[in-house]
Ligand binder design. Structure first.
Ligand SMILES: NC(=O)c1ccc[n+]([C@@H]2O[C@H](COP(=O)([O-])OP(=O)(O)OC[C@H]3O[C@@H](n4cnc5c(N)ncnc54)[C@H](OP(=O)(O)O)[C@@H]3O)[C@@H](O)[C@H]2O)c1
Length: 354
């Protein structure tokens, strides 16, 4: 397993981190806690011993399951969770509405006020049954709370020994700059954006900025929620309680195009290395300059072991380029707003503005 320092925060992480969203059940068609505990433990034992979770994943359930899985193994684990999305408090701007596994309607709100950050970290420590969290990341920006206020609360919690390092997620460059400045001499450990062979937007500005600033980049959905494993065939269906049933990338036409590219380019490379397609997709991500690690979600010990083993797979420069070219030339049918975001990004860059 290759390991890298998370920015300049002094914490080493494996290049494959266990993603614990799906083990929360919500938005992933449910979960089996026993299997989830086994999956997390298999990941730790295979060297992928960093875990990324969040309070909102299963509305506390993911953190509770992570806490169970790391009992007796705390010292061997890098524990990463988040703050900023509340379903259990009525203050803050609504981010989205959803239903939990019991069918109850919930409003999830953005809240990064200092009191809320302090409250959330206390809840996370209790749910995971630990004294300290290694990395606390701001899950999504909250336009109502000035970034320095949130960073101030996180710095206080760090001074109290409740967390070791501070990261963010889904931040743009302007927000990253504000966060880094607000932390003063304490390094901003990492940003957590989306990135995969199919989602390369951060290459435009976030990734170069993080590289230049020495901020770690741990990316989410590197398997495009399973699509890049080649196992999402045309026949596979997802229930209404699985978010993938509504994702544009999973629509029949897109699935067919992605699977054709996998068959043509990714699968032959995988065969050459005696690896799986998912492992090659992960190895491509962690080989990109500036990427610290890929957070791969897994629900079974088999998936967790397979993903962890990708951390030892090194692709040739020619293979990396071939994969990039194949997926860059793929034209997916995406909703107008997704395409508009891309065009806007290019325009901003051309105009030299954010
Ligand atoms: N900061 C944020 O806003 C944000 C957003 C999204 C995710 N995240 C984090 O990033 C993590 C990973 O992202 P993600 O869960 O969205 O997507 P992902 O890692 O790209 O995909 C995970 C899914 O792919 C399938 N899979 C995983 N390993 C596999 C294997 N070896 N073989 C076959 N299928 C496999 C599993 O689904 P099936 O078992 O159903 O096939 C699994 O749930 C999350 O768990 C979370 O920690 C953060």
């Amino acid at each position: 397993m290759q390991r890298r320092e998370l920015g300049a925060c002094g914490i080493d992480v494996p290049v494959v981190i266990f993603g614990a969203w799906a083990v929360g059940g919500w938005s992933w068609g449910g979960a089996d806690d026993e299997r989830s505990v086994q999956a997390i433990q298999a990941s730790i034992d295979a060297g992928a011993n960093a875990i990324d979770t969040a309070p909102v994943y299963g509305f506390g359930r993911s953190e509770i399951v992570v806490g169970r899985a790391i009992q007796g193994r705390r010292a061997a684990v890098v524990l990463m969770t988040k703050v900023g999305l509340r379903w259990d408090d009525e203050r803050g701007d609504p981010a989205f509405e959803t239903t939990d596994e019991l069918g109850r309607k919930l409003v999830v709100r953005r809240n990064l006020r200092p009191w809320s950050v302090r409250e959330e970290v206390e809840h996370s420590l209790k749910r995971m049954r630990v004294d300290v969290i290694d990395v606390v990341q701001v899950h999504w920006p909250d336009p109502r709370t000035p970034i320095p206020e949130t960073m101030g609360a996180l710095l206080e919690l760090r001074a109290q020994g409740k967390l070791r390092a501070i990261g963010v997620s889904n931040f743009d460059v302007a927000q990253l700059e504000l966060a880094r400045k607000a932390l003063g001499g304490v390094p901003l450990a990492s940003d957590q954006p989306k990135y995969s062979l199919l989602a390369r937007d951060i290459e435009r500005d976030v990734l170069p900025w993080c590289r230049a600033a020495g901020v770690g980049v741990v990316v989410y959905s590197p398997l495009e929620q399973g699509l890049l494993t080649g196992k999402v065939t045309a026949e596979r269906t997802f229930g209404a309680d699985d978010g993938r049933s509504r994702r544009a990338t999973f629509a029949a036409a897109n699935r067919a195009r992605v699977n054709a590219a996998i068959e043509r380019v990714l699968a032959p490379i995988a065969a050459r290395h005696g690896a799986t397609c998912g492992q090659v997709a992960l190895a491509w991500v962690v080989a990109q300059p500036g990427i610290t690690a890929a957070i791969a979600g897994a629900r079974t010990p088999e998936q967790a072991r397979e993903n962890a083993a990708a951390g030892a797979l090194v692709l040739e420069p020619g293979e990396l380029a071939e994969l990039r070219a194949a997926f860059e030339s793929l034209r997916l049918e995406l909703p107008l707003r997704t395409r508009a975001r891309g065009v806007l990004g290019v325009l901003r860059r051309l105009l030299g503005r954010r």
